[in-house]
Design a protein around this ligand. Structure first.
Ligand code: UDP
Length: 482
């Protein structure tokens, strides 16, 4: 297992951004955690150190918890391609989609358990009785029983789900239930995601959050935004292609690379000029994010009223960079194919960008700049657990056009903090709504301002940290002595 090292960040830095009452509550939560947890270690186990929302949150929440004096460790499990194919299938199935359509039968159980047995052997050498272990997502559920056996306090957190269960989700839960039942606490991003059989006593609902101070979200001046994007080759601005330095999460200096020597980050197009309005979706190359549908909707909207000359940028991680996501290359390949078949006059306005994952800090600052530069951020997911990309864009005051489902509908009140698309399969509806903030600057700025306020109120890390403290304190108090 790989241990991800996270540098502590002083909780006071986050507190300084909060209204006084919230800063006080955060300090109280930190006191409570220190006295309730004592010298117990809080372990997080997930499937990847970078790429996707879970890794994003672990980086920042662990940094603050460490800064508050709580001992936190983060381990990434090892798996082989077959294991990740099974767990990706589970991920899709819990979203109600068949994914690769493969089985989830005895052979898959056997392989899943075999891989996790090897991980457990390593975990039990590190975890002490009484420690708290938070297991993230389907990849880790099978570790719960073995960790309980050594006296750890075990919580399983599921970051995915579907608003209304169907036969497909039932099959996924049937696979996971024998593992999950060993956990002493179960966390979901929305109440609706918990299967019927979950004991209400064990259930906690904790929506995700962002960190305003992370490289992904920190304030950037407009000239920094253009400089970062020009340097990375995502916008064309000859005057600003020079060196761009930044301070990394660990305090060391970082620099945005030009990426020209490796062929650039855009597949097949020249970067758009900085003055052109840019529609942006940032997502993993996952079918359920529907990058291809965004492209189709954009082209249809351009067909109808040109969208003020706007361009579209679909940005995702470099596909070799996310080990637990075996579908990435295929989905990106399909998008490229669709792009090749676009009419010539619109093809140059549709950009596919692959942002390298080998330097997580560089990736974060590029995504930050891209979201800030966007005239509109879209998230046309077909299903969505929560949608941190939506939160990130809202925090940056961008007008967001997104599907009315999953956690997106919790974040956005339609017409107030963003615009929701009722049916994500309806390309016409999406195209029509996409045109609105591009045609109406007043609307765009009203939506952006309300969005920023909403995130500041509900989706900043202090709320999330306090919910963890409450959950873990209860667990420690109610558990049998180790
Ligand atoms: N992300 C990123 N680089 C990329 C694509 C995505 O850093 O090329 C980040 C994105 O900014 C967000 C997270 O990955 O923080 C995605 O989280 P979300 O909840 O939107 O979706 P998930 O990938 O967890 O399904």
């Amino acid at each position: 297992m790989e241990e991800v090292s996270v540098r502590p960040v002083d909780l006071g830095q986050l507190a300084a951004l909060l209204p006084a009452d919230r800063a006080e509550r955060l300090a109280t939560a930190a006191d409570r955690a220190r006295s309730a947890f004592g010298d117990r270690v809080v372990w997080h186990v997930n499937a990847t150190s970078h790429g996707g929302g879970v890794a994003e949150m672990l980086q920042t929440l662990l940094a603050y918890a460490k800064g508050a004096g709580i001992e936190n460790r983060w381990l990434v499990l090892d798996g082989d391609p077959r294991f990740f194919a099974i767990t990706k299938r589970l991920h899709n199935v819990l979203h109600g989609e068949p994914g690769d359509g493969g089985p989830l039968g005895p052979a898959e159980h056997a392989h899943y358990e075999e891989v996790l047995r090897a991980n457990l052997a390593e975990l039990v050498r590190r975890v002490s009785p009484g420690d708290i272990v938070l297991l993230h997502d389907p990849q880790t559920a099978g570790l719960a029983e073995g960790l309980r056996e050594i006296g750890a306090r075990v919580v399983w957190r599921c970051h995915v789900g579907r608003d209304r269960p169907n036969d497909v989700t039932d099959a996924g839960w049937e696979f996971l239930r024998p593992y999950v039942r060993h956990a002493q606490g179960l966390v979901f991003s929305r109440r609706a995601y918990a299967p019927q059989w979950v004991d209400g006593e064990l259930l906690a609902v904790i929506p995700p959050s962002i960190d305003p101070l992370a490289l992904k979200n920190m304030a950037l001046a407009p000239e920094q935004v253009t400089a970062i994007l020009a340097r990375a080759g995502l916008v064309a601005d000859g005057r600003r292609e020079g060196r761009v330095d930044f301070l990394r999460r660990d305090g060391t200096p970082g620099t945005v690379r030009s990426h020209r020597s490796s062929g650039g980050l855009l597949l097949g197009t020249d970067p758009p000029p900085p003055t052109v309005p840019l529609v942006v979706q940032v997502s993993r190359w996952d079918r359920l994010k529907d990058m291809a549908g965004v492209m189709e909707g954009f082209v249809r909207a351009v067909d109808e009223d040109d969208l003020n000359g706007a361009h579209l940028m679909l940005a995702g991680p470099e596909v070799s960079g996310v080990a637990d996501d075996p579908e990435g290359a295929e989905v990106l390949g399909d998008c490229r194919e669709e792009w090749r078949h676009l009419p010539a006059e619109v093809r140059g306005r549709v950009h596919l960008a692959c942002v390298p994952m080998d330097d997580g800090d560089e990736n974060a600052i590029i995504v930050n700049a891209l979201q800030r530069h966007a005239a509109v951020v879209v998230q046309k997911s077909l299903v969505e657990g929560f949608g941190l990309t939506v939160t990130e864009a809202m925090w940056k005051g961008r007008p967001v056009v997104a599907s009315k489902l999953g956690g997106i509908q919790d974040q956005i009140v339609d017409g107030r903090d963003g615009l929701l698309v009722e049916d994500p399969y309806d390309i016409d509806e999406f195209a029509r709504i996409l045109g609105r903030p591009l045609a109406d600057a007043g609307l765009a700025s009203r939506l952006g301002a309300a969005a920023q306020a909403r995130v500041a109120q509900e989706y900043v890390g202090d709320r999330h940290l306090a919910q963890y403290v409450e959950l873990f304190s209860d667990l420690v108090r109610h558990s049998d002595p180790a």
